[in-house]
Design a protein around this ligand. Structure first.
Ligand code: SF4
Ligand code: SF4
Length: 103
């Protein structure tokens, strides 16, 4: 299953320019101003934009809705990101690396 996903052809991908292009879907209620991550996160995702194909699968899977879309590209909101790593796990291009905070 995981290998099949990695084989996804770029021609099969939907081009997403902005958040309003995304289909309606259930969103986490966790993304709220009172739910900032603070200092307890120990790892965080870093996107390699040289490899990223802007498929927005990370946006779709983030359980805390903290992957934003800016100028057609994914942008992680570190104020709210919990460092769970789901985006990195689901990225079909393996271009999200989870790194220790402070590095
Ligand atoms: S980081 Fe990965 S999942 Fe997110 S848009 Fe880029 S290629 Fe897609
Ligand atoms: S690490 Fe988790 S909370 Fe942070 S952007 Fe990725 S999926 Fe969202």
């Amino acid at each position: 299953m995981q290998k099949d996903k990695k084989k996804m052809r770029e021609s099969e991908l939907i081009i997403i320019e902005k958040e309003s292009d995304m289909p309606p879907m259930a969103m986490s209620l966790g993304y709220m101003t009172y739910n900032k991550t603070g200092s307890w996160r120990n790892i965080k995702p870093i996107i390699n934009y040289d490899i990223c194909i802007d498929c927005m699968i990370c946006w779709k899977f983030c359980p805390d809705a903290c992957v934003l879309i800016e100028n057609g590209r994914p942008l992680i909101d570190y104020d709210f990101c919990k460092g769970c790593g789901i985006c990195a796990e689901e990225c079909p291009k393996d271009c999200i690396e989870m790194v220790e905070e402070g590095k």
